[in-house]
Design a binder for this molecule. Structure first.
Ligand SMILES: *Cc1c(COP(=O)(O)O)cnc(C)c1O
Length: 355
């Protein structure tokens, strides 16, 4: 017997048959003895479909050996997510104010990308350039509504950054699972379990202890892909900033622990936020000391890994925000995290509308 929620999902899909093709998806690891009650929404190939660029929206909450109650709850969550996404799409299709907001956002992001390309081109000449791949833009969407994210994702932006686990876990289920989520906020031990269970969590930039890395590794479900991690380094030494001290033993312990004891994590590199004063000085043409420190720390660690393990690794650098991403790219940033220059000023947390 199909659950009510599963039937509602099926009805929802068929009521939108003009826009979606109904496809049956057998979730990975889903018991073969159970009927395939689940469906996915595949964007239609209609050229004006706002989702024409997106992959199939797949159910991601299912596990093998679920009880009927669990299956029902999972199907209900799926219905909620599908309805919410359909609602966002309808708004994008029909509401002129939302459309002009979407145009503004895409224009902003294209301007940032042009500035990134220019900064990367001038950095290639500089001897400081560490990486050959172009820097990657993470659009920092914290405290901004899900529809802003959908508008940019439809335009082709894949990587989004969030600072609060609560907020991310509300946005994640209702947005396409083709989004690559980056967690960049301060990492609380109590929130790690919730974070670890997000299927399309791409990277965590704020790992600041070996212990938290071990917890993230332990709590990442086996059926989900590994998560890239950056160790946050407190390059400015400010008390207000999280992160491990440059050149500290704690930092190397975190590196070694992630490499040797955390098979569900990939050590991607190092992250810094840096001091506001240095970022402002850098706007006037000076180089940002925090970024230089992060480059030096990465080189030290790479040398030590090679000495200890005989392995040549390249640590990627997550550095640069709205005010200083060009300087960060000039110094070799692989990931820049840009928020307000794309989305505009952020509201106070209490006033934010995220859904
Ligand atoms: C908010 C935030 C950003 C984005 O900052 P903007 O100045 O709005 O670009 C980047 N990195 C981290 C860690 C953040 O918390």
């Amino acid at each position: 017997m199909r659950s009510t929620a599963a039937l509602r999902l099926r009805n929802l899909v068929s009521s939108r048959a003009h826009r979606y093709k109904l496809v049956a998806i057998r979730p990975r690891r889903y018991s073969t003895r159970r009927p395939h009650i689940l469906t996915g929404l595949r964007p239609s190939i209609h050229p004006f479909s706002p989702l024409k660029n997106l992959d199939t929206l797949q159910p991601h909450t299912y596990r093998s050996k679920m009880s009927d109650t669990e299956l029902d709850a999972a199907a209900a969550a799926e219905v909620y997510a599908a309805e919410a996404l359909a609602g966002l799409q309808a708004t994008l299709l029909n509401d002129t104010e939302t459309q002009s907001r979407a145009r503004e956002l895409t224009q902003n992001i294209h301007e940032i990308k042009e500035r990134m390309t220019a900064a990367a081109a001038s950095a290639t000449a500089a001897s400081s350039k560490r990486s050959n791949e172009g820097p990657l833009l993470i659009a920092v969407s914290k405290l901004k509504p899900a529809i802003d994210i959908l508008a940019l994702h439809i335009d082709g932006q894949e990587h989004f950054g969030e600072n609060y686990v609560q907020e991310l876990s509300k946005k994640q289920p209702i947005l396409p699972n083709t989004i690559h989520w980056h967690f960049i906020g301060s990492l609380q031990s109590s929130a790690i379990s919730k974070l670890a269970r997000l299927p399309n969590l791409y990277a965590v930039h704020s790992v600041d202890s070996a212990k938290k890395a071990v917890a993230l590794n332990r709590l990442r479900p086996d059926n989900l892909p590994p998560v890239r991690v950056f160790i946050q380094v407190n390059t400015s030494g400010e008390d207000s900033k999280s992160g491990l001290a440059p050149s500290s033993e704690d930092l190397y312990t975190a590196v070694a622990t992630i490499r040797k004891e955390c098979p569900k994590l990939i050590l991607e590199g190092l992250m810094t936020i840096g001091a506001i004063a240095r970022s402002q000085a850098a706007k006037e043409g000076e180089e940002n000391e925090d970024f230089i420190t992060l480059v030096n720390v990465a080189e030290e660690l790479e040398a030590r890994i090679e000495k200890d393990d005989g392995e040549k690794v390249t640590l990627k650098l997550s550095m640069g925000m709205s005010d200083d991403f060009e300087n960060a790219i000039a110094l070799g940033a692989d990931y820049v995290r840009v928020g307000s220059s794309i989305f505009g000023a952020r509201p106070a947390k209490a006033d934010a509308t995220i859904l």
